[in-house]
Ligand binder design. Sequence first.
Ligand SMILES: [Zn+2]
Ligand SMILES: [Zn+2]
Length: 572
Amino acid sequence: MEIYGADIRGIEGQLVRFNTVHEPDSRGVHVLGLAQKVVKEGVIRAQKAIETLPGNWTVVTTQGYTFDLTPAETPKTSSGLDLPIAIMLLVASVMQKLDSLDKRIESLKTDVEAAKNEEKRTRILDELEALIHQKNNALEYRDRLRKNEGKYLLIGKLNIVSGRIEPPERGTLGMISSAADGFAVIVPEESETHAALIERAEKRFAAYKASNLEEVWNVILGVVSPRRVRYHKPNITRRTLQRYVPDLKAIEGVSRGKLAMTVALAGGHNILLVGPPGHGKTMLAQAATRLLPDPTKTELFEINKIYSAAGLLRENEIILERPYQEAHRNTTSAALYGGGNPLRPGIVSLAHRGVLLLDEINTFPGLVVEALRVPLNNKVIPVQRANYSTEFPCRFILVAAMNPCKCGWYNHFVCPTCRRTYFGPGARCTLHKEMRLVSQCRCSPHDIERFKAALSKPLLDRIDLKVLIYDTGEDIAFDFATKTVRNKIERARQIQTARYKHSGFISCNADIPDRSQFGPVEAETDQHLKSLYQRLRITPRMEVKTLLVARTIADLYGSARLTPKHVDLAVD
Ligand SMILES: [Zn+2]
Ligand SMILES: [Zn+2]
């Protein structure tokens, strides 16, 4: 029989192997292998929990043991190691009990022979009988332990009063998935759904649940059969990450925004929404997660693992949808990108496989925004620690939002008679054609320049779509329901999945890094592009973006060919 525990490193679980040495001449338990305070306290919790077991286990607290936890170089930080510590103590004490019983029995045998009177002899024989009974008991334990050839991964924090096992504060999902092939994994009942989710997804090991230390010990001894975990829908608590938003059709006045968002989601493009305050930028971002196709099993597993590592998943709680996350200018770098001790994933990772809104992007501290380049380029954040390195996944669609100027009303003009708003300096009121419109913007030209300049160029480089949302009569119509748009996006995504099936890291149009990866473009379309570049002075980087967005638009139309029309729509 082999006993393992698990710890959490970033979001991944790490298998921990135990070696035990009995120290007959000392007392107390020493734990090697960079055990942090919580793990050392785990020894005390284990000892207290063992006292709740039937039978006499005082030997556990009256003798000395040394545990060595492997790998030795990484800090052990999880209270989930309580359970394997307790089982290792029980196993060690069974072996140790046999040793001391043997010694005691031998000395009593000598005493019997030396006994002078019958009364004393009877008393010693009675004690001897009791000890031999104890020894047979211990021998049975030992034989049962030896017969059990299983490899166990045990996860659970112990309750010192009742001996109940509970999930550790964070990281259970990662820990469970660290089990090697053929393992038996035993988790607290409250983690049943999590274990079942991983067992279903990976099919490499068997997962069981237990309610307390006594049950686990009896399973290890082979006295009772372990209880399999089940993926039982009524037991699942659904954790919602999305915000309530009305149906897309009911969101009024942002047709350009809705159209652009549809394209962004269909191709996985990052998008920048520029518009006056209170005009649905946030609502559009919040609606976005509902427009994406349902996450796959693998994606769900990734999402849940991240939330578990962040300590954000409670008992049998599961996320079944794409996450929505947002950050503001006051969000710290650590909160955004992860960090701290113990190490936790940040907001960009909590948005993995979903949507991240950075509201008022141009007011974020420069360094915070500059740091976005790594996650946007690599889709992971590397983390360096003194003893190890790891990475946090963060593949999300970025929705950045900003006002066009400080007051928010740049390029908006209002008719003094009817108070209607129009967009652009050349606009005229449709009812009062003779009226001179008044600018709504109170910013000086200098303010406006400074406002625009605050937006990071490297960040802009990683945004494929920029769209102006303005408060005025609509120049296009877009009144599709959420379900309709969702279906369109799903079809466009299916086309891309099929196209990039053999391209490794590319899964949607936005993943294509440069023109060389784009494939050939038809002569007519290429000619059209060239004339556009000259007219609009498009940079090479913009050229790629235009092509990618045009490709997504073609996919939305279900068109295999990329035509000049798609290119025009992309530029618009
Ligand atoms: Zn008017
Ligand atoms: Zn202004």
